[in-house]
Design a protein around this ligand. Sequence first.
Ligand code: SF4
Ligand code: SF4
Length: 408
Amino acid sequence: MNRSAAQSAAQHNPELLQDAWTCQGCGKCTAVCPVSRTGLGFSPRRLIQKAVQDNVDTVLPDRALYACLGCDRCTQVCKSGISISGLMLKLRALAYKQGIAGKPAHAGVLQSLMRIMASGSAAPQNRLEWLDSSLSVADQGDVLYFVGCAPYFETVFNYLGVQPLRTARNAIRLLNHIGIKPVLLPDERCCGHDLLWLGDVDNFKKLAERNLTQIKAAQARTVVFSCPEGLRTFKLDYPRYFGSLEFEVLHISEFLTSGTNGQLKPGALSTRVAYHDPCRLGRHLGIYDPPRKLLESIPGLELVEMKHTREAATCCGGTCWIECGAAVKSLQNERLDEARSTKADRLVTACPKCDIHLRCALVNAESDTGPAITNIVDLVAESLRLTEPAKPRKAAKHTRKGGEAYAG
Ligand code: SF4
Ligand code: SF4
């Protein structure tokens, strides 16, 4: 490392470079990085070294900065204890202030929706239109169910046949089944995960403030999530900006299997499933056992593990709806192949985004063969015969652009 250059850069960005400065250049991060493995030239080691040795400003316009999925596989092997995804977050925030951002997928519609949600009273929502009269919900109470972006995903990804609102309804059915009438916020906003990972900290903070104000008014003591990104954002990011939370946050698999709420007894289902650990739930939050415990509580269900599982699980290739190109497609296909090799009937996810990304790969695969991708909430509701039927899956293939190499 060129120490004087590093010192000069660090003087300009002392906090930003605090971690990166300890990089030993060993390359272990690049060796395990799933994006690096795709052979398109992305190297976290190179990016970090460039940020430290050159002026930090030189890495900000680099597309490689947006190739990182934030999956945290690298952080597990770094002997210097560097949070590479944390560094990417800081660099992206700096880049965003200079008007630089990643290339949005889906024509940027999701980022636009999030910014509209951040804009406040100018954007009233009909947020709970998807509820039906069989579901029991409350305005105030101890347990709040945070729905997340399911209403928006349902519309934007309709062509893939995903049904995130069916999952949300099933989450409420499961809570109702154990005697809980959850609070739902009539004006809930996106948790802000994607804007934060894009570097748009100001709009992330606006979203977070709106959610925290409403949760306080609802007097909730526990907030339950079926979206791991929402859970991660509340658990790790909100406290960084707003101090400790005044309520407990749990993934629904934790809530349904915990001692206090362990009343749920699923019905029988004869099926063989492989469980895909979402990065935010697994490596970011260490939640590996509760989803497995929930699955194993279904009589007749056989749980099998894929080659890369738990701490070593491969990312679904999703990030904050940017840089969706050949690298992520390759990861998704690899993950589907791993699931196929287990001979499981279903690949179970605990994350709506994993569901979207893996289904996208499945419907665009040359041979559109299983396994069926199922959300864990839907599977448990199915075991209890609580769920509405799934819509037949559409198979709308689309043309993907991308595949450019990452020079950084
Ligand atoms: S594993 Fe850690 S120390 Fe090694 S190159 Fe990567 S960031 Fe640097
Ligand atoms: S967080 Fe994941 S995608 Fe990003 S550099 Fe690390 S291993 Fe690669």
